[in-house]
Design a protein around this ligand. Structure first.
Ligand code: ADP
Ligand code: ASP
Ligand code: MG
Length: 404
């Protein structure tokens, strides 16, 4: 008997008809003699709607109360899905994150899973129950409900697959797999049969929301193969695994991320230790810094620019402004009308000219590059947000147009 973990995103359970569609997929899997643990997200746009509701009451609500509110979305969907499965005549139990044993760090709104106490889930499987777990949530050492950050249900599913030693982890969503670009933006994008953890991790981190990046990180760590598949067609999707078979292309995907803000610290004295001081202030507040660019020193001064997630931008600026005198800089500039567009592919490690081909595509479209970052398997550029969609199309055509 196999243990199968199936995760369904918000659009897969958006209304009663979709909930029954999921109930059918789950019970068909169960009928074949498998143990099934299901993870679900909040229905449709529920999480966004709850955030708007909170803003009407208190735009500066504490993260603890935001987690209390946002976790309710998943509570609704687990109960509804369990009711649908009951109606189909199968044994089922729904569990909130804490009931399923999810212990997390204390950081509200972006908690990390520390441990899963699997006792309850094991008992329910012994009773032959189908288990429906609320994604995106857990409980911290203060017995408070926490959430794992947007898109966190993918991570809940992979964590269950790892801790319960599942045989298969399927991520059901509203597209048929992982594509070479967002298929909603680039209709000619192609579905990949396989993709490696490393490439998927880069794509997810760089804005391809089809999988949450932490879920891919965890899948790689515990070597859990993932199948990204559509809950509407159930056609074979994309397998995410350690070594994917090489496609005949240099790059496996183009991604866009608009959740970026750029901060520049100008007139920083050109001597050792100041970057350390600046970035340690930010990391002390759990603010992740991404692309970093430092200009060469002139007249004893230099500028340091970097990007952070937009949601953290204002907080980062106020921290740095408070410390301007201690880091002896002149000023802080902030720009959140920018986007990061990236190409990812294991193929570029062994091929020259990939970056220049990307820059040529941008030049052809007269798009100005503000910052560039590279790794062995990715090239990212920071550009004006208004140019982002045009840039993705131009880059996509350059690499994939006419199957080049
Ligand atoms: P779910 O609610 O199932 O978690 P998400 O909305 O989080 O679904 O992720 C699925 C969406 O990711 C798709 O609808 C698609 O628009 C978007 N997406 C972005 N980049 C890609 C890509 N490279 N491949 C597939 N989907 C992508
Ligand atoms: N409902 C949460 C969100 O919208 C978690 C998830 O969908 O994975 O971010
Ligand atoms: Mg998602």
């Amino acid at each position: 008997m196999s243990l199968i973990v199936q995760k369904f995103g918000g659009s897969s359970v958006a209304n009663a008809e979709r909930v029954f569609n999921v109930a059918k997929i789950v019970t068909d899997t169960y009928k074949k003699g498998n143990n099934v643990i299901v993870v679900v997200s909040a229905q449709g746009d529920t999480t966004d709607d709850l955030i708007e509701k909170a803003k009407e009451i208190n735009p500066d609500a504490s993260k603890r109360e935001m987690d209390m509110l946002l976790s309710s979305g998943e509570q609704i969907s687990i109960a509804l899905l369990a009711m649908a499965i009951e109606k189909l005549g199968f044994p089922v139990v729904s569990l909130l994150g804490w009931q399923a044993g999810f212990a997390t760090s204390s950081v509200y709104s972006s908690a990390r899973i520390k441990k899963i106490d699997t006792n309850r889930m094991k008992k329910e499987l012994d009773k032959k129950n189908i288990i429906i777990v609320a994604g995106f949530q857990g409980i911290n050492k203060y017995d408070d409900v926490t959430t794992l950050g947007r898109g966190g249900s993918d991570t809940s599913a992979v964590a269950i697959a790892a801790s319960m030693h599942a045989d298969l982890c399927q991520i059901y969503t509203d597209v048929e797999g992982v594509y070479t670009a967002d298929p909603r933006k680039i209709p000619s994008a192609k579905k990949l049969d396989e993709i490696s953890y490393d490439e998927m991790l880069e794509l997810a981190t760089l804005g391809a929301q089809v999988l949450n990046n932490r879920s891919v990180e965890m899948a790689k760590k515990y070597n859990i193969e993932l199948e990204v598949i559509s809950s509407l067609t159930c056609k074979p999707g994309t397998i995410v695994k350690e070594k994917a078979k090489m496609e005949n292309t240099l790059i496996s995907g183009v991604a866009k991320d608009t959740d970026v803000a750029r901060i520049s610290i100008t007139g920083v004295p050109d001597r050792p230790g100041l970057a350390f001081k600046m970035f340690s202030k930010l990391s002390a507040k759990d603010i992740n810094v991404d692309v970093i660019l430092q200009s060469i020193g002139r007249d004893g001064k230099k500028d340091i620019s970097f990007t952070v997630a937009r949601g953290k931008g204002k907080e980062a600026v106020s921290i740095l402004e408070n410390y301007l005198s201690t880091i002896e800089a002149e000023g802080v500039l902030y720009d959140d009308k920018i986007a990061k567009v990236s190409i990812v592919g294991a193929g570029m490690e062994s091929h020259a000219g990939v970056a220049s081909k990307m820059f040529e595509a941008l030049y052809d479209s007269q798009i100005n590059i503000h910052m560039i970052a590279t790794s062995e398997i990715k090239v990212s550029v920071l550009i004006a947000e208004e140019d982002a969609d045009k840039a993705v199309s131009a880059i996509y055509d350059k690499f994939f147009g006419n199957d080049k």
